[in-house]
Design a protein around this ligand. Structure first.
Ligand code: HEC
Ligand code: HEC
Ligand code: HEC
Ligand code: HEC
Ligand code: HEC
Ligand code: HEC
Ligand code: HEC
Ligand code: HEC
Ligand code: HEC
Ligand code: HEC
Ligand code: HEC
Ligand code: HEC
Length: 303
């Protein structure tokens, strides 16, 4: 049944090619040809085509595009999401159209991953000593090899991403307890979320992209806060409006000093001496223990 259909397709393609060839010959050649030639040429190929036996030509193997004419959805899957599997069908399907329900030979005739991928344990991503089979469990459709159903791999994220898995476990935070890997890495494998998908900024005065948030909150250990010398005081102002406003309200020598220069780690209170050393002779401050007694507070210098 199938073979005859295939032959029919091949034959009609061959006839089309034949016609094209004929038309090509009919097309007048520019100048070069002698005046008598055209009429002879029209007739000669027409005869050939009438006489041609359907078995005269060699049958050439189907091309991938021809497979695609019947297996349109498979072709389309490979075309749009085939990734590195965009190779000829027959490189995988060395045998095809040989399924026989009586023999129940489906599994046997389907391509084997191992014929090209020696072993899952050798891949850079599967890492070493991690036998991950059957392959089709995760790579559910070989025509879309990287479309991996997330629900299937959810319990296994840690096998391949032990660094992130351990980080979340070892630094308990609400990202360990209130959300799962898949709440953030949703939709498809490898998706990276924006913080704004779940959080409003606590510091709307500063424009913060996710990467700025992560400069203070490494996302897999968000409660371990650290920040660097570039941090803008307007970010701190989101929560410490009073300190920020005091510094801005009255111009002192400290107004130009950024929050992080005095508080390089969160909640750390600096000693005045860190920047000023001993500015006064000992005897001048003999009765007073704190610089603040004369200078007010750091955010609002009195003298
Ligand atoms: C990288 C190897 C590979 C390539 C390339 C490939 N296939 Fe497949 N194909 C497979 C495997 C493996 C299966 C078996 C899947 C299963 O058992 O679920 C399969 C199954 C099929 C099936 C039966 C199941 C279904 O999805 O309908 C058809 C039909 C098929 N392929 C057609 C094609 C066509 C047509 C092409 C080229 C356009 C192609 N394949 C390219 C590996 C490949
Ligand atoms: C004229 C249409 C047609 C063409 C061309 C065609 N197929 Fe098929 N193929 C079918 C039909 C019909 C079936 C059976 C129904 C089904 O599984 O979709 C089938 C089944 C298959 C199957 C699964 C069953 C089996 O016996 O292998 C594979 C794999 C397959 N084709 C691969 C290919 C490949 C590879 C090509 C190109 C080299 C190709 N087909 C070209 C029509 C076609
Ligand atoms: C005919 C050979 C062949 C077969 C059979 C085959 N593959 Fe591949 N596969 C390749 C090639 C070639 C690449 C590209 C490798 C590269 O560039 O490193 C590839 C790449 C892949 C990729 C990465 C795709 C990407 O876009 O990065 C996955 C995943 C994959 N294969 C899974 C499978 C699975 C699962 C099977 C069995 C169902 C399978 N392959 C069967 C040849 C094959
Ligand atoms: C537990 C799920 C799982 C199983 C089982 C699995 N894989 Fe993968 N594989 C993945 C994931 C996830 C990726 C990474 C995909 C990505 O890059 O987005 C991957 C990537 C790949 C790649 C691409 C690697 C590269 O270097 O480009 C190949 C090839 C591959 N797998 C082949 C296989 C083969 C062959 C098997 C069976 C022996 C297999 N996989 C079994 C989940 C799995
Ligand atoms: C079989 C191994 C494997 C499993 C299981 C796996 N991944 Fe991956 N994952 C990979 C590989 C390999 C890459 C690197 C792909 C690349 O660089 O293109 C990757 C990349 C990622 C990325 C980063 C994408 C980027 O752009 O940097 C995220 C996020 C990710 N995986 C999350 C997950 C989550 C969440 C799970 C569990 C639901 C999971 N992965 C399961 C192998 C795996
Ligand atoms: C609160 C949301 C959130 C949760 C929960 C989360 N991630 Fe992520 N993950 C991210 C973001 C955002 C990035 C991007 C980090 C970056 O760009 O530095 C990321 C990056 C990654 C990467 C890529 C790392 C790289 O260096 O390319 C992997 C892998 C990953 N996560 C795995 C996981 C795993 C596994 C879990 C669960 C144990 C998990 N993530 C839980 C948000 C999350
Ligand atoms: C899928 C939703 C989701 C995404 C995306 C997400 N978070 Fe969260 N995050 C939460 C939930 C839920 C909590 C706990 C409730 C709360 O504090 O709002 C939380 C809590 C936090 C906490 C407090 C941690 C603690 O233990 O006190 C910080 C800090 C945080 N997130 C930062 C980030 C940053 C930075 C990003 C982007 C890189 C991000 N989050 C992305 C859902 C998310
Ligand atoms: C300059 C560092 C810094 C930046 C940048 C930053 N945060 Fe924070 N974030 C903090 C500090 C400090 C806390 C308070 C921690 C505490 O309560 O001990 C905090 C607390 C949080 C909390 C806990 C709940 C709350 O509001 O107190 C969430 C959620 C959070 N940040 C999300 C974000 C997001 C989202 C961004 C980006 C829009 C961001 N953070 C940018 C320093 C920063
Ligand atoms: C010149 C150094 C300096 C600068 C700049 C500075 N601080 Fe402070 N900050 C201090 C010192 C010192 C204290 C302890 C109270 C005191 O002695 O004045 C303090 C106390 C605090 C406190 C605790 C209680 C209070 O007084 O509000 C917070 C919160 C604070 N600073 C936040 C900030 C923020 C936010 C900024 C930037 C807008 C900032 N600081 C800039 C030195 C500084
Ligand atoms: C999301 C809100 C948030 C942001 C943003 C934030 N903080 Fe805080 N900060 C807090 C909370 C909450 C405390 C603890 C207050 C308490 O214990 O009364 C705190 C405490 C402090 C303290 C110690 C106060 C004391 O009384 O000892 C200092 C200093 C401080 N923060 C400086 C900063 C600086 C500098 C920045 C910017 C780099 C900043 N904070 C950003 C929420 C925040
Ligand atoms: C992170 C460094 C730093 C810390 C900590 C610090 N200051 Fe300063 N302070 C400065 C800088 C910078 C100036 C400006 C110096 C200049 O312009 O010559 C300054 C100037 C001053 C002045 C001179 C004001 C003027 O108008 O001439 C006084 C007084 C002063 N600081 C007091 C203090 C006191 C009191 C503390 C502790 C509560 C303190 N500072 C902590 C950096 C710091
Ligand atoms: C008894 C009051 C008093 C105490 C206590 C005091 N100061 Fe002063 N300080 C002054 C006066 C008054 C001036 C103004 C001198 C001037 O303007 O020439 C001054 C000036 C300064 C200046 C500016 C010096 C300059 O060269 O411009 C700094 C910095 C300073 N003090 C830091 C400190 C620090 C740090 C402490 C705590 C160790 C402290 N002061 C304790 C009264 C005091």
């Amino acid at each position: 049944m199938m073979d005859s259909r295939r032959v029919a397709v091949v034959v009609s393609i061959i006839s089309i090619i034949g016609l094209i060839t004929i038309y090509g010959c009919v097309t007048p050649q520019p100048q070069a040809s002698p005046p008598s030639a055209p009429s002879e040429r029209v007739e000669a190929p027409a005869e050939t085509s009438q006489e041609m036996s359907p078995y005269e030509m060699d049958v050439r193997p189907l091309t991938t595009a021809e497979c695609g004419q019947c297996h349109f959805s498979v072709f389309q899957a490979l075309k749009t999401t085939g990734g590195k599997h965009q190779i000829d069908c027959v490189r995988c399907h060395a045998r095809y159209h040989v399924y026989n329900p009586r023999k129940q030979n489906y599994d046997e005739i389907m391509p084997k991953c191992s014929s090209c991928h020696l072993s899952a344990t050798k891949g850079p991503f599967h890492g070493e000593n991690k036998i991950l089979t059957p392959c089709l469990n995760c790579h559910a459709d070989p025509h879309k090899p990287l479309n991996i159903p997330l629900s299937v791999i959810e319990p296994t994220c840690g096998i391949c991403h032990s660094k992130e898995g351990n980080e979340i476990k070892n630094y308990p935070s609400k990202h360990s307890t209130d959300v799962s890997c898949l709440d953030c890495h949703a939709e498809k494998h490898g998706h990276i979320p924006e913080c704004s998908a779940c959080h409003e900024s606590h510091s709307p005065k500063a424009e913060l992209a996710s990467k700025d948030c992560m400069a203070c909150h490494p996302v897999h250990k968000p409660s371990r806060i650290s920040y660097d010398k570039q941090t803008l005081s307007t970010i701190c102002a989101g929560c410490h409006g009073e300190a920020y406003d005091l510094l801005q309200k009255k111009e002192t020598k400290h107004t130009a000093v950024r929050c992080i220069e005095c508080h390089p780690a969160h909640k750390e209170i600096p000693a005045c001496s860190r920047c000023h050393g001993e500015p006064h002779p000992k005897r001048m401050i003999i009765d007073v223990t704190k610089c603040g007694d004369c200078h007010g507070i750091a955010h609002d210098l009195a003298i």
